[in-house]
Design a protein around this ligand. Structure first.
Ligand code: NDP
Length: 235
């Protein structure tokens, strides 16, 4: 059976943007939170939150794109947490300004490593620490959708998020026997460094709706792709 209100949560890319807002709202609802980011020493906002919530927020280093970092993280996690009910694979990268004729292997590789390989292999590395009946939420994007006109905007990002969608389905299958629900979510177009100043909604609004959708996720919805309100999206 799914857990109605996860209590031990892990967020990747937690030092800014949507990740930081996930941490804020998870703490506000009473969760114990592990916030993973590349450079904890520079994560001022996260460290301030950790000071306000002693014992309830742990900040650990994790570069999701790096195998050694994922392995070290998987070893360190049990030292601060006795299991994870909710894993939010939030960390992501978008290389802007790509133009046909000048797409670099470096951008494509970095996008795939960060946006698809990272969440997939991190979830595999942490699977024994995920609680039965828990939830994995992968931050995808409507830009991944094969049904949309790609209009040659951000190709490395789009290709990597489409790969993340398949990774979501594969993880859902792998974790199905343990009642773990794995979903892909589009947060909307959000005012963050990635979303830019033209975006439509605040991180606060997006995350509050995403957390409601995550809380309502059941095994029957596992392997699906949803908007922030929980409406199914086209792959
Ligand atoms: P931001 O660019 O504002 O933040 C990205 C976060 O990911 C940062 O914390 C960054 O850390 C972290 N990150 C990047 N690469 C790595 C890595 N290799 N290892 C660990 N952390 C990493 O993005 P948003 O907050 O807007 O986006 C969060 C998620 O939501 C992403 O997956 C994104 O694709 C998705 N999304 C966002 C939308 C939007 O409109 N904002 C729309 C659709 C999807 P650092 O500070 O170290 O760079």
């Amino acid at each position: 059976m799914p857990i109605a209100q996860p209590r031990r949560s892990l967020v990747t890319g937690a030092n800014r943007g949507l990740g930081l807002e996930f941490v804020r709202q998870l703490l506000a609802r009473g969760d114990r939170v592990v916030a993973a980011c590349r450079h904890p020493g520079k994560a001022t906002a996260l460290n301030a939150l950790a000071g306000e919530h002693p014992g309830r927020l742990h900040v650990l280093p994790l570069d999701v794109a790096d195998e050694k970092s994922r392995t070290a993280f998987a070893h360190e996690l049990p030292l601060v947490c006795d299991g994870i009910d909710l894993l939010i694979n939030n960390a992501g990268v978008l290389h802007s300004g790509e133009r046909w004729g000048g797409i670099s292997a470096a951008n494509l590789e970095d996008s795939l490593r960060t946006n698809a390989i990272g969440p997939f292999l991190l979830t595999q590395a942490l699977s024994s620490q995920l609680a039965d009946g828990g939830t994995v939420a992968n931050l995808s994007s409507m830009m991944s959708s094969l049904g949309t006109d790609p209009d040659f905007h951000s190709p490395s990002y789009r290709i990597s998020k489409t790969a993340l969608n398949m990774a979501t389905k594969m993880l859902a299958k792998a974790l199905e026997p343990r009642g773990i629900t794995v979903i892909a979510l589009c947060p909307g177009w959000v005012l963050t460094d990635m979303g830019g100043s033209g975006a439509q909604i605040t991180p606060g609004e997006s995350v509050s709706e995403l957390l409601e959708t995550i809380a309502a996720a059941t095994p029957a919805r596992s392997g699906g792709f949803y908007d922030r309100y929980g409406k199914a999206m086209a792959w």
